[in-house]
Ligand binder design. Structure first.
Ligand code: 13P
Length: 250
């Protein structure tokens, strides 16, 4: 059975005091039991966020990225075992901003996925086409190869620790959202791609999130689509009320 997840990707927002304030506001919001709720603060605030959410256990604190190496001379980077050592269980990998600004490739992402899974971290693996790809009608081939290149070396059993997040680049931070039908069509294609390689069990059990300008006003319609199992939320996750309006859209 696949899960519903709503995860807030805070990106490079919120210092320590702002992180603590937002977490206490989030804890005051009314809760739903229909979706797992996650937040991804910056590295520097992960530990304090983890501590602040320990009680109640309703919000999981997750990481935005990690390096594939175990340790060593990689200035500015953080390893899977460092994340594990402070209690982190889930990491976002392959976000389009990491691909665009930090040269992450399918090949380096495959290594990151392997390192995360070796450390029993759950991976939220992001991918999505750019506007030019969609205009050219290439969105399925781009998304298909992003998934295949970074994940299809894995055994079927590895997929129980993977969540997929379809984030069309043209809809991130732009206010432009894929229509619920566009999201559904792509999510169906993603599930079919998994089915073709790994069979129906892996495909049916896979949680596939949509990300790209999800807001309280459009969450219900997007989450209402049969192959959309939740969302990865950027801007709207920075306001407790908006984030929980999205969570409660389930
Ligand atoms: P926005 O919700 O701000 O468009 O960002 C989406 C995103 O990148 C989540 O990872």
């Amino acid at each position: 059975m696949r899960k519903n997840i709503v995860a807030g990707n805070w990106k490079m927002n919120n210092d320590l005091a702002q992180t603590q304030t937002l977490i206490s506001e989030l804890k005051e919001q009314s809760k739903t039991t229909n979706a797992e709720v996650m937040i991804a603060p910056s590295y520097v605030n992960l530990w304090s966020a983890f501590e602040a959410t320990r009680e109640g256990g309703e919000i999981e604190v997750i990481a935005q990225n990690m390096h594939f190496a175990e340790s060593g001379a990689y200035t500015g980077e953080v390893s899977a075992s460092m994340l594990k050592s402070i209690g982190i269980k889930t990491v976002i990998l392959g976000h389009s901003e990491r691909r665009a600004y930090f040269n992450e490739t399918d090949e380096s992402l495959a290594k990151k996925v392997d390192a995360a899974l070796e450390h029993d971290l759950r991976v939220i693996f992001c991918f999505g086409e750019e506007l030019a790809d969609r205009k050219a009608g290439n969105e399925e081939s781009v998304v298909g190869s992003q998934i295949k290149n970074a994940l299809f070396h894995l055994e079927a059993s590895a997929f129980k620790n993977i969540v997929l997040a379809y984030e069309p680049v043209w809809a991130i931070g732009t206010g432009e959202t894929a229509s619920p039908e566009q999201a559904q069509d792509m999510h169906k294609f993603i599930r079919q791609t998994l089915n073709d390689k790994y069979g129906s069990q892996v495909a049916d059990d896979m949680t596939i999130l949509y990300g790209g300008s999800v807001k309280p006003a459009n969450a219900k319609e997007i989450f209402g689509k049969p192959d959309v199992d939740g969302g990865l939320i950027g801007g709207a996750s920075l306001k407790a009320e908006d984030f929980y309006a999205i969570v409660n859209a389930f």
